[in-house]
Ligand binder design. Structure first.
Ligand code: PAF
Length: 279
C-alpha cells in the first residue's frame, strides 16, 4: 500500500485509473470501516482510503483534540484489506490556506437532527468530502448507513453538483450485542459499554411499535427517550422520519407504509452515540 500525504503525490499514484473506489475515514479504524473497504472492492479497483480528522466538522466544544489517533494500527489494517493507496494528508496538505469556499447543505436536511445539535457539522463534512472527491476523483465512494443523515446529504450533494461519483451505502456493522461500531465507543467505560446496546434496543422497540400499527410518532419517541433517560442516558433525539428526505411522517403516510427510519442520538456520560434503524 502506498501512503501519500500531498494532493500532487496522490494524483500521480492514481493517474489513468478508471474505476477508483474510495472510502474516506477519520482513522481509528474498526471492523465497520473494514467492511466499507470490502464493499468498495466489490464496486471498483483500486480501493483508495483516506484518513483525515477534519477540524471543519467539529464544534468548539467537541472532541477534535482528543479524537483517537491510531495511525500505525490503521495502516496495518488497511494493508491487510488490500487497499492500494492511503491518502493521509496533514491539515496543511488539505487546507494550505483557510478553506473559505464551503458547501452549505440546505437547511431542511442540514439543520435538522444531527445538524440541530451540531451546528455547522454538515457544512464541514460536505466541504471536506467534496474536496477529497476532487483529490481522489473516485468513480464510487462508500459511506456507512450508521451516519444515515450524512449519507443522505452526501448523496444529494453528489447529485446536485453532478459529481461523477456513485455513492454506495454500506449496512451498519454491529457488535454481537447490537451496538453499532464507532470510534467513539472507545471513550466508554466498561460499565457504559455494557449499557450502550440499550440505544439499539430502543430503536428496535420503536420499529416494532410502528410495525404493530402505532401511528403516534410523538408518543413513541417520547416513550423511548424517557426509557433511555431513566437508564441514565441524556438523549438529544429519537425521531421517526421518512427515509426519502428525513422529514417527519404523518399518520397517513405511516399507515400507507411509507419507508421510514428511526434515528437517535444520546449521551452516555460524556460520550455521544448515534444510531438508526430502517423500518
Ligand atoms: O464519517 C466520517 O468518518 C467523516 O464524517 C468523513 C465522511 C470521513 C468526513 O470527514
Amino acid at each position: 500500500m502506498k501512503i501519500v500525504s500531498s494532493i500532487a503525490e496522490l494524483r500521480d499514484q492514481l493517474r489513468g485509473q478508471l474505476r477508483t473506489a474510495f472510502v474516506p475515514t477519520m482513522g481509528n479504524l474498526h471492523e465497520g470501516h473494514l467492511s466499507l473497504m470490502r464493499l468498495a472492492r466489490k464496486h471498483g479497483d483500486p480501493v483508495v482510503a483516506s484518513i483525515f480528522i477534519n477540524r471543519l466538522q467539529f464544534g468548539p466544544n467537541e472532541d477534535f483534540e482528543k479524537y483517537p489517533r491510531t495511525f500505525a494500527a490503521d495502516v496495518e489494517k488497511l494493508e491487510k484489506e488490500g487497499v492500494y493507496v492511503l491518502f493521509a494528508p496533514t491539515e496543511k496538505d488539505l487546507y494550505p490556506e483557510p478553506q473559505e469556499f464551503r458547501v452549505q447543505p440546505p437547511e431542511e436536511i442540514g439543520d435538522i437532527l444531527e445538524g440541530e445539535f451540531r451546528p455547522g457539522f454538515f457544512n464541514g463534512v460536505t466541504t471536506v468530502v467534496l474536496k477529497l472527491f476532487s483529490c481522489v476523483q473516485p468513480s464510487v465512494a462508500v459511506f456507512g448507513k450508521k451516519d444515515y443523515q450524512q449519507l443522505m446529504i452526501i448523496r444529494n450533494m453528489a447529485r446536485q453538483f453532478a459529481l461523477p461519483t456513485e455513492i454506495i451505502a454500506a449496512e451498519t456493522y454491529r457488535a454481537d450485542d447490537g451496538l453499532a461500531l464507532s470510534s467513539r465507543n472507545g471513550y466508554l467505560t466498561d460499565e457504559q459499554r455494557a449499557e450502550a446496546p440499550a440505544l439499539h434496543r430502543e430503536l428496535i422497540n420503536v420499529a416494532n411499535s410502528v410495525r404493530a400499527g402505532q401511528l403516534d410518532t410523538a408518543l413513541m419517541e417520547k416513550h423511548a427517550m424517557e426509557k433511555l433517560t431513566s437508564r441514565g442516558w441524556q438523549p438529544d433525539y429519537i425521531s421517526i422520519r421518512k427515509r426519502i428526505n428525513l422529514q417527519p411522517a404523518s399518520p397517513a403516510e405511516i399507515a400507507k407504509k411509507e419507508p421510514l427510519v428511526v434515528l437517535a442520538a444520546a449521551k452516555l456520560g460524556n460520550t455521544r452515540l448515534i444510531d438508526n434503524l430502517e423500518i
